[in-house]
Design a protein around this ligand. Structure first.
Ligand code: PLP
Length: 845
């Protein structure tokens, strides 16, 4: 049927518009719905880039017009669009369960976001967490808005030279080729923001990325109005010196908050994904001061209730720290806008609060400390990392028992639809339907209903897919490295146990542990009855020479004739490589030195695909491991960092790893009765999938953040800001009173009497000038470090004691020796988080 030209033109415009809408929403990075459309437009380009926006920009108008004229194509396009629009218009988990919670917007700040290889603004784990959480928030309808930086070059790209050494390359991210849109003002003008840097102003450009139903906003400084030096501020992720990093963090924290205000977003909650963006807490307080006409102390008391800080670092050396002189140079003017002195601002990034200058004038400015001092809630990213963090943030909570350092944990999870293979998707859909990651999780019993045959055939299909992809990818890599690409046809077999190891090549991750005894590794790989093959990938930071040496070591080793077809080291580990690997491998190996891996996420990505983990008892695996679901490395203890001890421990763990690989992993994988699937292997797969996939999914993580952190934070912020910031004003006065008068507190007479099965306490406290409701008196019960202790509150008594003293009394169950009961005074204000917001404490002994 022919239509007249006008209608045809309209349809065409609509078709183009529809395709553009689809390509500009990164929903395609976790849904296969539109794949066939892009493939139809340019199969080859689709295969190499998997990037709809690049395809749309590249193919000719004629090709698109022709495709739109095909009923099959336009029908599919309409169907996909209708599907996603309906999904985003409807109520998701959050709207159904927490509609009236008062939570309207969470600003999620992160230095990196790993959403797709089409938007290379990430390095690794931290970006992965941010990207996967943004996607899960979209799935569940949690109102999260991302804030990050658009890097002109991103993180470096990796290639190997003919000697196997890493080369760092910096291709340019052309914004026109990225799936992003510039933000414009109502009049069509580009939205540009100003951030003050001493002496000058940096102009920032603003971009919008659609992530399902959510948005990510990005800032970049490559504005022609800027001096060349400042145009480069957002060039590279984790490049440059400390000063460059500080500028980036100013842009992210201060610029990021200004961006949200400029577009009318007023988040109740600000989530700092690592300390990099901690300046946002200052800018948030500054905005509050402006809007409400209050001072900085009140503004901070109110706004910090809405700030949540997630720490990702497992060693104190990992914190971002700046020379105080640098902070003075960059932030003196800014401090005056907050109405505080630069020294007061510096104190916010230091542990040694209260100590007057000069004793701590050299102490660096620590971004994680700033985040702690500006937040109402703090969490680590696994249970073990919670313990580690309570230790390394100890200096901020002097004299507090370690277990009371106010850092909880929310274990990371991965966005399952992003990492799941097509075969796994089919299997899971059969067992528990399509909506399984959207709020109604698949039950463990649904998974346990999957048959051995179905599981094994999924596994086999996934492995075959990986081998086919690897051969192509490796051929390309060999050609790039100046070698013969034909060799790639001979690597790997489809039926061989396939091991994956991919991560940042940092020494603490021990990427050479598998190579500890090269001959033994080779014997395992080439065992004629139970062979194995190994895929490696990973970058080492360009300044990390030790990490790069480990890459070179592997590359040299795998050039050996007997290793060449068994081991492949893929260059340029990115999301695409990760996706292929986690879908296809049978066994994922992780060898960090405990407790340096805060969480680790790559091992979670394989769960949905039926891969199994062999990992050090560190990060998430320390809480997930069970012999029914995988294998553990190490003794679950921390060891000394003495080089001799390290060497000895590495040898012990390498030996144990080889043994496990041989006597358990390979033995189980190859235990076949005829054509039946290997029973023990499949049983582990099933349990691993049933017990862990949902538990370590970003859907679970986001529900936990929403219910236990975002909603309470939004409520606390609302309550502190209500009635002209009444509570905020009260808290600021309380804080100031504690600062000035705490030192006058002391204990007086003390009696502890055993009465049957309890102890009765009577204790005098001299409060000095401190008002009697600014503190409370408790009995701390020392049950040992491992347990969370609930101190027992003592009541203010009418009894009279010494002149000027108040008497406190109460009873405690007497199940421990006398020494275990220690009276103490701690600050108190209704609704305040102590010791986070007031770290003072006075012990009776
Ligand atoms: C998942 C992922 C990471 C993080 O993995 P870890 O287990 O935390 O090391 C890093 N880089 C890429 C490309 C990833 O996909």
């Amino acid at each position: 049927m022919k239509t007249n030209e006008g209608v045809n033109g309209d349809l065409e415009r609509k078709g183009f518009g529809d395709l553009k809408d689809l390509a500009l929403n990164l929903h395609w990075s976790w849904s296969r719905a539109s794949d066939e459309l892009w493939e139809r437009l340019d199969a080859e380009l689709w295969e190499t880039t998997q990037d709809p926006w690049v395809i749309l920009q590249t193919v000719s108008k004629e090709t698109i017009t022709a495709a739109l004229g095909e009923p099959e194509f336009s029908g599919r396009l309409a169907e996909v669009l209708a599907g996603t629009r309906a999904a985003y218009a409807g109520d998701a988990w959050f709207q159904k369960t927490h509609k009236d919670s008062g939570l309207k917007a969470v600003a999620y700040f992160s230095m990196e976001f790993m959403l797709s290889e089409a938007l290379p603004i990430y390095s690794g784990g931290l970006g992965n967490v941010a990207g996967d959480q943004m996607k899960a928030a979209s799935d569940l309808g949690v109102p999260v808005v991302g804030v990050g930086l658009l890097y002109g070059q991103g993180y470096f790209r990796q290639q190997f030279d003919s000697a196997g050494r890493q080369r760092a390359l910096y291709p340019v991210n052309d914004p026109g080729q990225l799936p992003i849109r510039p933000l414009r003002r109502a009049n069509g003008e580009w939205l540009r923001l100003k951030v003050p840097i001493p002496g000058v102003t940096i102009w920032l450009r603003c971009w919008e990325v659609s992530v399902g139903r959510g948005k990510l906003y990005l800032l970049d400084s490559n504005d022609f109005a800027n001096a060349p030096e400042h145009r480069c501020v957002t060039s590279q992720l984790y490049g440059g010196d400390a000063e460059m990093r500080l500028k980036q963090e100013l842009v992210l924290g201060i610029g990021g908050w200004r961006l949200l205000r400029a577009i009318g977003i007023q988040p109740e909650v600000c989530h700092l994904n690592e300390g990099h963006a901690a300046f946002a807490v200052l800018e948030r307080a500054r905005s509050y001061m402006q809007d409400h006409g209050v001072g900085f102390d009140v503004a901070l008391s109110v706004t910090r209730a809405g700030n949540l800080f997630t720490t990702h670092t497992a060693v104190a050396a990992g914190f971002d720290r700046f020379d105080p002189e640098l902070i003075r140079r960059y932030m003196t003017t800014y401090a005056s806008r907050l109405g505080i002195s630069i020294n007061e601002l510096l104190e916010m990034g230091r542990a040694d609060t209260g100590a007057p200058e000069p004793p701590n004038s050299k102490e660096p400015f620590n971004m994680a400390y700033l985040a702690m001092h500006g937040s109402g809630q703090v969490n680590a990213v696994s249970k073990l990392h919670g313990e580690v963090s309570r230790e390394i943030f100890g200096p901020l909570f002097l004299r507090w028992p370690k277990e009371e350092v106010p850092i909880g944990s929310v274990t990371n999870g991965v966005h399952v639809p992003t990492w799941e293979s097509e075969a796994a998707d089919k299997l899971w859909s059969g067992a528990c339907g399509q909506g399984r990651w959207l709020g109604t999780p698949c039950s463990a019993d649904d998974v346990r209903g999957m048959s051995d045959e179905a599981l094994w055939s999924m596994r086999t299909e996934c492995r075959k897919g990986l081998v086919a992809w690897l051969r192509e990818r490796y051929a390309r890599q060999l050609a790039l490295d100046g070698e013969d690409p034909a060799m790639a046809a001979f690597i790997f077999r489809e039926d061989v146990l396939t091991i994956g190891f991919a991560r940042r090549f940092a020494t603490y991750k021990r990427p050479d542990l598998l190579l500890h005894d090269p001959e033994r590794l080779l014997r395992l790989l080439t065992n004629p009855e139970r062979p194995m093959q190994l895929v490696l990938a990973g970058k080492a930071h360009p300044a990390d020479m030790a990490g790069q040496a480990l890459i070179e070591k592997w590359n040299k080793f795998l050039k050996r004739e007997d290793a060449r077809t068994k081991i492949v080291f893929l260059s340029d580990y990115d999301m695409r490589v990760a996706k292929e690997m986690v879908q296809g491998i049978d066994l994922w190996v992780n060898t960090p030195r405990r407790p340096w891996e805060a969480s680790g996420t790559s091992g979670m990505k394989i769960l949905v695909n039926g891969g199994l983990n062999l990992s050090e008892l560190d990060g998430w695996w320390a809480e997930a491991y069970d012999s029914a679901v995988g294998w553990a490395l190490g003794d679950g203890k921390e060891h000394s960092q003495d080089p001799a001890v390290i060497a000895e421990q590495d040898a012990i763990e390498a030996d144990a790893m080889y043994r496990t690989l041989e006597t358990e992993v390979a033995a189980d994988f190859y235990a076949r009765e005829g054509i039946a699937p290997p029973a023990r292997w499949v049983a582990r797969m099933r349990e691993s999938m049933a017990q862990m996939t949902e538990r370590f999914s970003a859907a679970r993580t986001i529900r936990e953040y929403a219910e236990e952190h975002y909603i309470p934070a939004a409520k606390a912020y609302a309550s502190r800001s209500a009635d002209g910031s009444a509570i905020g004003v009260g808290m600021a006065a309380w804080r100031s009173e504690i600062d000035k008068k705490w030192a006058g507190l002391r204990f007086g007479a003390f009696e502890m009497t055993a009465v049957g099965t309890r102890y009765d306490f009577k204790i005098e406290v001299f409060a000095g000038e401190l008002s009697s409701d600014a503190f409370k008196v408790e009995v701390y019960v020392a049950r040992g470090w491992a347990v969370t202790v609930q101190p027992v509150l003592l009541a203010r008594s009418e009894e009279t004691g010494s002149v000027g003293a108040t008497v406190f009394t109460g009873s405690v169950a007497a199940d421990l020796p006398v020494e275990a009961y220690i009276p103490r005074v701690v600050p108190y204000f209704a609704g305040a988080s102590v010791p986070l917001e007031a770290g003072e404490i006075l012990w009776q002994r």
